[in-house]
Design a protein around this ligand. Structure first.
Ligand code: AMP
Length: 289
């Protein structure tokens, strides 16, 4: 039944709720977010509501995954709107700890996941995946859900989380959910709110150019050539800087040299700025013949 979710702000409060559900044999889903919720987040929540008896949505803008020059202070926050959106579809608990609850005085433990954090976003945002891996480990251990839901929109992050859960034997199943897009192809993102009107018109070109790169590679064009073409297209259309546009193995993120072998599952990954807004996206590419 749609209603306002119960707001829980402490680890102890969350544990009590989840323990009570478990005593009833209920399955628990967790959807970690940083708030400013849009239909991409809500797709994750809906998936959890479908799969599980109880759903917790965490809303926490995690300071440790932002570098000092990044947008932690200005990151969009709208608690009332977020609660309305997740309540309307039936979320049980909104877990909204403050920074002191999440990082008690003297906090000094971090989780870093070597392999999948290397390259792509890990190369340009060296602090980022350690911040994400640490906070997601904490959220999983605080909640101990049966399942936790993450977007393919942040594909490298999804692989980092799958690996840490496996490596640390955290007993939760990690579920990846397809990227939700605007009709013009732009992937939904809380940061899209930063785009000026002119940049919003340009933004779908990121995905359009990536799709052309995918088509070239699927058609047998050498990966390096398609990447160079794609980067040049982005630059010509005002994306500056282009952090990366790369075709990589879809499971290991290993770079692909040469042409794509038939049947090899790969993805195109890109990150680029329009003005001050950093956009990221990724799409699958498979060469059939
Ligand atoms: P964030 O609040 O940006 O940290 O995102 C929280 C979760 O929502 C992450 O698992 C993201 O991958 C996921 N997410 C963000 N945007 C989208 C989208 N457009 N489609 C699907 N999932 C998304």
């Amino acid at each position: 039944m749609p209603s306002t979710p119960e707001i829980v702000r402490t680890v102890g409060g969350l544990r009590d709720r989840v323990a009570a559900w478990r005593r009833n044999g209920e399955r628990v889903g967790l959807v970690p977010t940083m708030g400013a919720l849009h239909d991409g987040h809500l797709a994750l929540v809906r998936r959890s509501l479908d799969d599980c008896d109880r759903t917790v949505v965490s809303i926490f803008v995690n300071p440790t995954q932002f570098a000092p020059h990044e947008d932690f202070e200005t990151y969009p926050r709208d608690e009332a709107r977020d609660l309305g959106a997740i309540g309307a579809i039936g979320t049980d608990v909104a877990y909204m700890p403050n920074a002191g609850e999440m990082y008690a005085e003297g906090f000094t433990t971090t989780v870093s996941v070597a392999d999948p954090s290397n390259g792509l976003c890990g190369a340009v945002r060296p602090h980022f995946f350690q911040g994400v891996a640490t906070v997601v480990s904490k959220l999983l251990l605080q909640c101990l859900p049966d399942r936790a839901y993450f977007g393919e929109k942040d594909y490298q992050q999804l692989l980092v989380i799958k690996r840490l859960v496996r490596d640390l034997n955290i007993p939760a199943e990690i579920v990846g959910v397809s990227t939700i897009r605007e009709p013009d192809g732009l992937a939904l993102s809380s940061r899209n709110a930063y785009l000026s009107d002119a940049d919003r018109k340009t933004a779908p070109l990121l995905n359009a150019i990536m799709r052309q790169v995918a088509e070239k590679v699927a058609g047998g064009v050498a990966v390096a050539e398609a990447e160079t073409w794609g980067r040049a297209q982005l630059q010509e259309n005002g994306f500056d800087p282009v952090d990366y546009l790369e075709v990589r193995d879809g499971e290991t993120l290993a770079p692909i040299t040469d042409t794509l072998a038939p049947g090899h599952p790969a993805r195109v990954f890109a990150a680029a700025y329009l003005g001050k807004t950093r956009l990221i996206d990724n799409i699958p590419v498979a060469r059939i013949l």
